[in-house]
Design a protein around this ligand. Structure first.
Ligand SMILES: O=P(O)(O)OC[C@H]1O[C@H](OP(=O)(O)OP(=O)(O)O)[C@H](O)[C@@H]1O
Ligand SMILES: NC(=O)CC[C@H](N)C(=O)O
Ligand SMILES: [Mg+2]
Length: 513
């Protein structure tokens, strides 16, 4: 899902790298494969450090100080396009025109067309398989068309407006133009999130600005007056000045519902909706679904969450059903999220290493396990087996999200139908496949209602993984088949490993080794 962040301090002597590092730590749950920071110092010079790995490993604290400058971008990566090579770690940089860097959350659905355009018409060199590098070059090319020695805000908004007509898919982006300032923009459907805020500068003169995928980063760093970038809108932040412009007529506002189900932190507020409140509501609605399926006289002794994400909802399921809530699985706090790990083998191994059952909570009991979602079934299969090994008499499995039967094309790496456990299976067949006595899914209307009821203006969402309806309107069977061919687990395994050398701008991490 990737996490993006950007900061510009009003005081040009106030370095940003430490705070960007901190906010990347707060976005780690959105991407565990790679991380990067690029900053811009006085005289417009850029400094960069990026590589594969977790935030704490990519940026040795003593080297953070060498990322000089008062403005910068940060990124944590969970790949959905290209490869997992170091060279595709973000932010990306192009020197012409003006020195531009960009960090992207999302996925472009017309990447091949853009690649061809950049090669044949724009004559720009693209050095990796990343769709984010394409996005950056499209923007750079649009800006280049101005032919100006120096650009102004109107030129930048125009370049973004043009980009909206060229790029399709889901994208929330933060960018930086050397010596000028920061930009941020969000796709016309607002599928991927982007929020921004401000705070008084440390020296009391002017205002600092920050953008991030999730509001937690802004909150922790003392920013306030949070607003979300609206679909098709763009922002420009320069020393103490913020300009917001609606670049194109927005399409239907359809944020990704999976942010609320799984991706975002519960303490974030996205598009005005508290993720925590939405998860409580999902739990309430799920409790009703459980009662409907299993009857009023529930044979359930205890409700057990599958840590971590389902905890908030599971608590509400137990409250509504008036059944005991117990932490039956203990999570190893040093193991990250398994769903966003790159290969199936690694995911399966990690579930067992990550979660360990407390036998006394299972022995002789009928348990209701609650998770936020069942995607490939990796977690549920292992968890049900663990519950049985620990002596459970009956194992019911409830999911806050409906059955997932369609690929995601907007920034979640679920590209292959056959890898989804509910694909081609009825609910009872899913139960059989994961070894549960029964599977209870939330229905789609209830999920939508659980999230939408907290929003002042969002009524619809991108729910394509549940119903196969893609909000951008450009996805056909041929695209899906192609995606499966390129990005299935087996296709990724078969790929010849690319060089692990970092390609690109002078990289501080490697320079100092
Ligand atoms: O059916 P699957 O393919 O296993 O995917 C779904 C599971 O993966 C996620 O957990 P994850 O371990 O990634 O993160 P969490 O600790 O935040 O729950 C999600 O919360 C489900 O538990
Ligand atoms: N999950 C994401 O947002 C991925 C961003 C981009 N498509 C990449 O693969 O790097
Ligand atoms: Mg989980």
């Amino acid at each position: 899902m990737c996490g993006i962040t950007a900061t510009i301090n009003a005081d040009a002597n106030q370095a940003v790298s430490a705070e960007i590092y901190e906010s990347l730590g707060m976005l780690q749950h959105r991407g565990q494969d790679a991380a990067g920071i690029i900053t811009c110092g006085q005289k417009g010079r850029l400094y960069q450090c990026k590589a594969n790995g977790m935030v704490r490993d990519v940026f040795p604290p003593d080297q953070l100080a060498s990322l000089l400058g008062y403005m910068g971008l940060g990124h944590v990566r969970y790949p959905t396009a290209g490869t997992s090579s170091n060279s595709e770690a973000q932010p990306f940089y192009v020197n012409s025109p003006y020195g531009i860097a960009l960090a992207h959350n999302g996925n472009l659905t017309n990447a091949e067309e853009l690649r061809e355009f950049l090669d044949q018409d724009a004559h720009r060199h693209v050095n990796t398989d990343s769709d984010s590098e394409l996005l950056l070059n499209i923007f750079a090319n649009n800006l280049q068309q101005t032919g100006k020695f120096r650009v102004n805000e109107d030129d930048i908004f125009m370049a973004i407006t043009k980009l909206y007509s060229q790029c399709r898919g889901g994208y929330a982006c933060v960018g930086m133009i050397a010596g000028f300032g920061l930009i941020g923009f969000r796709d016309p459907n607002g599928i991927r999130p982007l929020t921004f805020g401000e705070r008084p500068a440390a020296n009391g003169v002017g205002v600092d600005y920050m953008m991030a995928s999730e509001s937690v980063c802004l909150e922790a760093l003392g920013y306030s007056n949070f607003r979300d970038v609206r679909p098709g809108q763009a922002v420009i932040m320069t020393g103490s000045k913020l300009t917001v412009r609606q670049c194109i007529e927005p399409r239907e506002f359809t944020p990704c519902i999976f942010e609320y189900v799984y991706f975002a932190r519960p303490d974030s507020v996205m598009d005005g909706i508290s993720v925590y409140k939405a998860r409580l509501a999902m739990g309430e609605a799920l409790a009703m679904a459980v009662e409907k399926k299993l009857g009023k006289n529930l044979d359930i002794d205890v409700v057990i969450p599958v840590p971590d994400t389902s905890r908030t909802s599971a608590l509400q399921v137990s409250y509504k059903l008036n059944k005991l809530y117990r932490e039956g699985f203990i999570k190893n706090r040093y193991i990250g999220r398994t769903f966003i790990m790159p290969g199936q083998q690694m995911r399966v191994k990690s579930v067992r290493r990550k979660l360990n059952p407390m036998p006394m909570e299972f022995a002789g009991k009928s348990v209701l396990l609650v998770d936020d979602s069942i995607v490939r079934g990796t977690t549920s299969r292992e968890i049900v087996q663990m519950a049985r090994e620990a002596g459970a008499r009956k194992v019911y499995f409830a999911s806050c999200a409906p059955a997932i039967r369609y690929p995601n094309v907007y920034g979640i790496d679920m590209p292959t139908r056959s890898e989804l456990i509910a694909y081609g299976r009825q609910d009872d067949e899913v139960a059989q496949a994961i070894g549960a006595d029964c599977v209870i899914y939330q229905n789609l209307e209830d999920l939508i209602e659980s999230v939408a009821k907290f929003s002042p203006d969002v009524t619809t969402f991108d729910v394509s993984v549940f119903n196969g309806k893609y909000v951008t309107g450009d996805i056909n069977e041929r695209y899906i088949v192609d995606l499966e061919r390129q990005r299935s687990d087996s296709a990724k395994r078969a790929r010849v490993p690319v060089s692990e050398t970092v390609i690109g701008l002078h990289n501080i991490l490697h320079a100092n080794k």
